[in-house]
Design a protein around this ligand. Sequence first.
Ligand code: S3P
Length: 174
Amino acid sequence: MPNRKNIILIGFMGVGKGSVARELAKNSDYIAIDTDDLIESMENKKIKKVFKDEGEEYFRGLEKNLSLWLEKNVTNTLISTGGGFYKVENLKKIGTIVLLDSPFKDILKRIKKHTNAKSKLAKRPLLKDLEKAEELYEQRRPEYLALADVVIDVTDKSELECAKELLKKVKKYV
Ligand code: S3P
Protein backbone atom coordinates (compact mmCIF):
# COMPACT_ATOMS: atom_id res chain seq x y z
CA MET A 1 0.00 0.00 0.00
CA PRO A 2 1.43 3.43 -0.87
CA ASN A 3 1.98 5.71 2.08
CA ARG A 4 -0.18 8.50 0.71
CA LYS A 5 0.41 10.66 3.74
CA ASN A 6 3.87 11.68 2.64
CA ILE A 7 4.20 14.25 -0.12
CA ILE A 8 7.20 13.77 -2.38
CA LEU A 9 8.35 16.74 -4.43
CA ILE A 10 10.07 15.78 -7.66
CA GLY A 11 11.32 17.88 -10.57
CA PHE A 12 14.39 19.11 -12.35
CA MET A 13 17.38 20.73 -10.65
CA GLY A 14 16.76 24.35 -9.78
CA VAL A 15 12.97 24.25 -10.23
CA GLY A 16 12.50 25.26 -6.58
CA LYS A 17 11.69 22.00 -4.75
CA GLY A 18 13.57 23.03 -1.60
CA SER A 19 12.16 26.56 -1.51
CA VAL A 20 8.58 25.41 -2.11
CA ALA A 21 9.01 22.73 0.57
CA ARG A 22 10.21 25.33 3.10
CA GLU A 23 7.27 27.61 2.25
CA LEU A 24 4.87 24.67 2.57
CA ALA A 25 6.28 23.69 5.94
CA LYS A 26 5.69 27.25 7.15
CA ASN A 27 2.07 27.16 6.00
CA SER A 28 1.03 23.67 7.09
CA ASP A 29 1.63 21.03 9.74
CA TYR A 30 4.09 19.15 7.56
CA ILE A 31 7.67 18.61 8.57
CA ALA A 32 9.98 19.04 5.59
CA ILE A 33 12.99 16.85 4.86
CA ASP A 34 15.21 16.80 1.79
CA THR A 35 16.92 13.74 0.28
CA ASP A 36 20.09 15.65 -0.65
CA ASP A 37 20.34 17.08 2.89
CA LEU A 38 19.92 13.59 4.37
CA ILE A 39 22.58 12.17 2.08
CA GLU A 40 24.97 15.01 2.90
CA SER A 41 24.59 14.38 6.61
CA MET A 42 24.89 10.61 6.22
CA GLU A 43 28.08 11.00 4.20
CA ASN A 44 29.29 14.07 6.05
CA LYS A 45 30.09 15.60 2.65
CA LYS A 46 28.49 17.95 0.14
CA ILE A 47 26.77 16.27 -2.83
CA LYS A 48 29.30 17.85 -5.16
CA LYS A 49 32.11 16.16 -3.23
CA VAL A 50 30.31 12.81 -3.21
CA PHE A 51 30.10 13.02 -7.03
CA LYS A 52 33.75 14.01 -7.23
CA ASP A 53 35.15 11.43 -4.81
CA GLU A 54 32.87 8.43 -5.35
CA GLY A 55 31.06 9.12 -8.62
CA GLU A 56 27.45 9.33 -9.71
CA GLU A 57 26.72 5.61 -9.46
CA TYR A 58 27.68 5.58 -5.80
CA PHE A 59 25.40 8.59 -5.22
CA ARG A 60 22.50 6.78 -6.93
CA GLY A 61 23.09 3.83 -4.59
CA LEU A 62 22.76 6.18 -1.61
CA GLU A 63 19.48 7.48 -3.05
CA LYS A 64 18.23 3.92 -3.40
CA ASN A 65 19.11 3.01 0.21
CA LEU A 66 17.47 6.19 1.39
CA SER A 67 14.30 5.44 -0.60
CA LEU A 68 13.94 2.09 1.19
CA TRP A 69 14.44 3.75 4.55
CA LEU A 70 11.87 6.45 3.73
CA GLU A 71 9.30 3.88 2.66
CA LYS A 72 9.67 1.99 5.91
CA ASN A 73 10.12 4.75 8.46
CA VAL A 74 8.65 8.08 7.37
CA THR A 75 5.05 9.28 7.40
CA ASN A 76 3.15 12.60 7.40
CA THR A 77 6.20 14.28 5.96
CA LEU A 78 7.00 16.49 3.05
CA ILE A 79 9.97 15.04 1.22
CA SER A 80 11.81 17.18 -1.32
CA THR A 81 14.16 15.22 -3.55
CA GLY A 82 17.18 15.64 -5.78
CA GLY A 83 16.32 15.85 -9.48
CA GLY A 84 17.33 12.23 -10.16
CA PHE A 85 15.72 10.65 -7.07
CA TYR A 86 12.53 9.89 -9.03
CA LYS A 87 14.32 6.87 -10.54
CA VAL A 88 14.21 4.85 -7.32
CA GLU A 89 12.03 1.78 -7.77
CA ASN A 90 9.72 2.35 -4.81
CA LEU A 91 8.92 6.05 -5.34
CA LYS A 92 5.17 5.42 -5.58
CA LYS A 93 5.23 3.50 -2.31
CA ILE A 94 6.75 6.44 -0.43
CA GLY A 95 3.87 8.85 -0.93
CA THR A 96 1.85 11.15 -3.14
CA ILE A 97 4.09 12.40 -5.90
CA VAL A 98 4.01 16.09 -6.79
CA LEU A 99 5.94 17.35 -9.80
CA LEU A 100 7.14 20.94 -9.87
CA ASP A 101 7.21 21.67 -13.57
CA SER A 102 8.62 24.49 -15.67
CA PRO A 103 10.30 24.87 -19.09
CA PHE A 104 14.10 24.51 -19.03
CA LYS A 105 14.67 28.16 -19.98
CA ASP A 106 12.52 29.35 -17.09
CA ILE A 107 14.36 27.10 -14.64
CA LEU A 108 17.62 28.71 -15.76
CA LYS A 109 16.06 32.16 -15.46
CA ARG A 110 14.96 31.28 -11.94
CA ILE A 111 18.45 30.14 -10.91
CA LYS A 112 20.14 33.16 -12.49
CA LYS A 113 17.97 35.71 -10.70
CA HIS A 114 19.10 34.44 -7.29
CA THR A 115 21.73 36.59 -5.55
CA ASN A 116 23.78 33.41 -5.00
CA ALA A 117 23.23 32.12 -8.57
CA LYS A 118 26.88 31.18 -8.98
CA SER A 119 26.88 28.86 -6.00
CA LYS A 120 23.50 27.40 -7.04
CA LEU A 121 25.06 26.39 -10.36
CA ALA A 122 28.39 25.32 -8.87
CA LYS A 123 26.91 22.97 -6.28
CA ARG A 124 25.12 20.93 -8.99
CA PRO A 125 27.59 18.77 -10.94
CA LEU A 126 24.99 17.94 -13.58
CA LEU A 127 24.37 21.63 -14.36
CA LYS A 128 27.99 22.28 -15.25
CA ASP A 129 27.37 21.81 -18.96
CA LEU A 130 24.10 23.56 -19.82
CA GLU A 131 23.69 21.86 -23.18
CA LYS A 132 23.93 18.44 -21.56
CA ALA A 133 21.64 19.60 -18.76
CA GLU A 134 18.99 20.57 -21.32
CA GLU A 135 19.23 17.13 -22.91
CA LEU A 136 18.82 15.55 -19.50
CA TYR A 137 15.79 17.78 -18.92
CA GLU A 138 14.20 16.68 -22.22
CA GLN A 139 14.83 13.04 -21.37
CA ARG A 140 13.50 13.28 -17.84
CA ARG A 141 10.46 15.48 -18.28
CA PRO A 142 8.16 12.78 -19.75
CA GLU A 143 9.31 10.41 -17.00
CA TYR A 144 8.51 12.97 -14.30
CA LEU A 145 5.07 13.56 -15.85
CA ALA A 146 4.33 9.84 -16.03
CA LEU A 147 5.02 9.39 -12.31
CA ALA A 148 3.28 12.47 -10.93
CA ASP A 149 -0.05 12.31 -9.11
CA VAL A 150 -0.16 16.10 -9.12
CA VAL A 151 1.60 18.61 -11.38
CA ILE A 152 2.26 22.22 -10.37
CA ASP A 153 3.43 24.58 -13.10
CA VAL A 154 5.72 26.86 -11.10
CA THR A 155 6.57 29.24 -13.95
CA ASP A 156 6.34 32.88 -12.83
CA LYS A 157 4.71 31.91 -9.53
CA SER A 158 5.98 32.76 -6.07
CA GLU A 159 6.93 29.99 -3.68
CA LEU A 160 3.91 30.85 -1.56
CA GLU A 161 1.56 30.62 -4.56
CA CYS A 162 3.03 27.22 -5.45
CA ALA A 163 2.72 26.00 -1.86
CA LYS A 164 -0.95 27.06 -1.66
CA GLU A 165 -1.77 25.44 -5.01
CA LEU A 166 -0.05 22.28 -3.91
CA LEU A 167 -1.94 22.02 -0.64
CA LYS A 168 -5.24 22.42 -2.51
CA LYS A 169 -4.35 19.83 -5.15
CA VAL A 170 -3.04 17.12 -2.79
CA LYS A 171 -6.10 17.21 -0.55
CA LYS A 172 -7.78 14.34 -2.32
CA TYR A 173 -4.74 12.10 -1.85
CA VAL A 174 -3.55 12.65 1.71
C1 S3P B 1 20.68 15.74 -9.28
C2 S3P B 1 20.06 16.79 -8.65
C3 S3P B 1 20.59 17.42 -7.44
C4 S3P B 1 21.43 16.42 -6.65
C5 S3P B 1 22.49 15.84 -7.52
C6 S3P B 1 21.91 15.11 -8.75
C7 S3P B 1 20.06 15.18 -10.52
O1 S3P B 1 19.53 17.91 -6.62
O2 S3P B 1 20.63 15.40 -6.13
O3 S3P B 1 23.34 16.87 -7.91
O4 S3P B 1 20.41 14.06 -10.94
O5 S3P B 1 19.18 15.87 -11.09
P1 S3P B 1 18.62 19.21 -7.00
O6 S3P B 1 17.51 18.74 -7.90
O7 S3P B 1 18.11 19.68 -5.69
O8 S3P B 1 19.51 20.18 -7.66
